[in-house]
Design a protein around this ligand. Sequence first.
Ligand code: ADP
Ligand code: MG
Length: 547
Amino acid sequence: MRDTLKTYFGYDSFRPLQEEIIRHILDKQDALVLMPTGGGKSICYQLPALLSEGTAIVVSPLISLMKDQVEALQANGIAAGALNSSNDETENANLRRSCVAGKLKLLYISPEKLLAEKDYLLRDMNISLFAIDEAHCISQWGHDFRPEYTQMGVLHQQFPQVPIIALTATADKITREDIIRQLHLIRPRTFISSFDRPNISLTVKRGFQAKEKNKAIIEFIQRHGKESGIIYCMSRNKTETVAQMLQKQGIRCGVYHAGLSAQQRDETQDDFINDRIQVVCATIAFGMGIDKSNVRWVIHYNLPKSIESFYQEIGRAGRDGLPSDTVLFYSLGDLILLTKFASESSQQKINLEKLQRMQQYAEADICRRRILLSYFGETATEDCGNCDVCKNPPQRFDGTVIVQKALSAIARAEQQIGTGLLIDILRGSYSAEVTAKGYQELKTFGVGRDIPPRDWQDYLLQMLQLGYFEIAYNENNHLKITPSGSDILFGRAKATLAVIRHEETATRKGKKKKVVVAKELPFGLTGGENEDLFEALRGLRKQLADQ
Ligand code: ADP
Ligand code: MG
């Protein structure tokens, strides 16, 4: 295996998990592989393809991605081809002949073509394995659902002896389970490599007006000298205006979005890879599959719609392992807009939840890397020291008892409650749901009376982010205690919580109307002048919590 790795790819050693995955596939077993972007997923199916009889079928959603991969393989002397709608008829006819004659080691194919060919070309081939790249596209829970992917469930039925390897960089737990179910993987092993990218710094800036934001970005770029970076914007229009703003400052800058011609996009990508431009202002369309190792920074001009998208996009920085910086600008306007989009989407509930987790990340006052990692099912053992929260920490205290109260209430309710009911139980309120279930009989009923409900919400958010419990989205949002939560519950470890910062606002008459918890509002803005917006936002959150 190592010889093949060296001969064809020029690498001396495997990265973590690659070797194990390859052996598993060579044993003709199914696998789900989760590795961050740039982690080295391709080798996991390319090497088994080289070492097996027959042709590996690689399903990939993007023609440009296929093209790059096939060219790279051919350059390494590997017989590979891509069957897709961008080829002309002769090309495809030649390719078909090579496939049937068993001359190819790898055939890249779009999901549409795969479905069209499964009863024809595929039957006449000797197939060594199926690799489903960007496998999260199969799941509605994933962030990039593609209906054509769902039909690939038939592959295993039709080719029962051929192993399937599904690969993705972005899949939380439910998405993972969904991929396995939909592809009908048989006793699959799931391989998860660490999502930690400690060389990437994380910063969130809140409440900047457009002007301040632009100024901050220009300063940021100037601080970074000639280093390359990407600015992700929510809309095509925004990419254009931001690019113009930077060009006026003499910064060499290109634009990339789906509204441009393929030629224009290729040109921008090419200019960027070859350092003819320093900055690309882009929508999410940019970056899938680009291989530029020295992207030194990524700025999010707008809030992304999920942690998955966010992680994928910041992951384009620092692939060479050197220090790289990321900044997320977080504003109320974005949040409201994205909440609206999510509420109107067909996957309303899940999209709102994903957005809420993104929002929680942006508002958090615990180590941001912990939040990212816990989102992907990893538990960090210590704070990262390389995010704005770690560098400028809020005050903290020993919150073990608070955490224990909450977790024991969850445990005594047999992990069958959501946050709303949990707070009722902790506060000892005889709500209809509490009495209906008889929860007033629990020993933990009322143990958290000393803490106001709003503060409980904050602490629960912190506990979620610290990874003490998880929310089972597919089980009525019930709370499930994690192993590190058990450690706190049974006194094996201590929990440190952040002090909640309250901020009081006065009404126009100078009389205190109510206390507004600044932290709960998105930007530390005070409620007064934006009361209606905040009310709308709270309503949406409540709606979500009630669902
Ligand atoms: P992914 O598909 O997970 O985003 P790729 O398979 O495209 O990542 O690999 C990312 C980069 O890592 C590529 O430049 C690839 O050549 C390189 N790479 C992969 N495996 C190894 C290895 N074992 N040693 C050195 N470089 C590797
Ligand atoms: Mg890949």
